[in-house]
Design a protein around this ligand. Sequence first.
Ligand code: PMP
Length: 384
Amino acid sequence: MDAFEAALRETLDKTEAKGLLRTLRVVEEDKNIRVFSTNNYLGLATDEKMKEAAAQAIQLYGTGSGGSRLTTGNFTLHEQLEKRIASFKRKEDAIVFSSGYLANLGIISALMREGDAIFSDALNHASIIDGCRMSKAQTFIYQHANMQDLEEKLQRAVHSKKKLIVTDGIFSMDGTIAPLPEIVELAERYGAWVMVDDAHATGVLGKTGAGTAEHFGLSDRVQLTMGTLSKAIGAEGGYVAAAASVTNYLRNYARSFIFQTSLSPGVVAAAMKGIELIQSEPERRQTLQENATYMRSGLQQCGFTLIEGNTPIIAVIIGDAKQAVHFSRLLEEEGIFAPAIRPPTVAEGSSRIRVTVMATHTISEIKKALASFEKIRKEIGIIG
Ligand code: PMP
């Protein structure tokens, strides 16, 4: 082992000693495991209509786009998808990126420049944090969903040129919904724009599944709605819906849009079909909500400590990182896959099992999962 490798080893050993080493696990091929942690909330990623749409596009256009949007990779399909997203999100226009992660990097770093101020919730997704780091704007991190803290930070930045408040719609590790009405009010009072990351809320919240802004009736007062095509929509890619002036700007300045090969045709066609199914089959969303309520109340009855909420993301707090990993392993032995989420993804002492339900889970599957949770809790004595 040379010095370079030894340095890597040393860091990994320290991480392992703290019980924080990450390992990869293949679950989709294991027929004995039922997954209770996917973001494929509506089950669309394996839906026959989705597969057909993707297969047809591959037959017509091939497997890869072969270039960036600004060179040879701009197909009618990409433009159709952007129009579909814009109308779904009730915005003038939309722009698609290769992932939600790259969307956040590109949007935030392009829009927010020196002399500007960003106000970011402490629990925002890593891609927002990285977008803020890449931008030259001053970033204020406000305490999670704490409107008093947000207002104090807005007051401290009154002289900034442009101001942007950015928040997850549904927080990915807690399953709580951002207090958007209060955020929008503060934004209007202090002359800021609002950007919502609706990765987990799209297809889940709102009358038509359009997300957090629709849920609160605030679509007109949120300037930027970004999201991913990879969760409830069942495909892959990221996007932002906004005024045409914003999307035109981003086509010129968002580096992760300009310098990346565009999404492959199969993925684009699947994403379009996913949005269509979200709009035309609201019963999937209804079942998802019922399953979430059933699972949540079952876990509460078993005596677990949950982060309060009513979304399909259910954070079962274990506390200690090693114990959370142990709990997750025992769940797997029971045929339930729900991984432990540990620091640095969540705060020290708040390690948890992140349970998510899907519209395609049956009540008997949920009952079985609940029985396993209860059995393990009794075995290892976690009260929560
Ligand atoms: N934002 C949030 C809130 C997310 O949870 C994720 C995915 N984990 C992303 C952005 C990134 O999206 P993608 O997976 O499409 O890169």
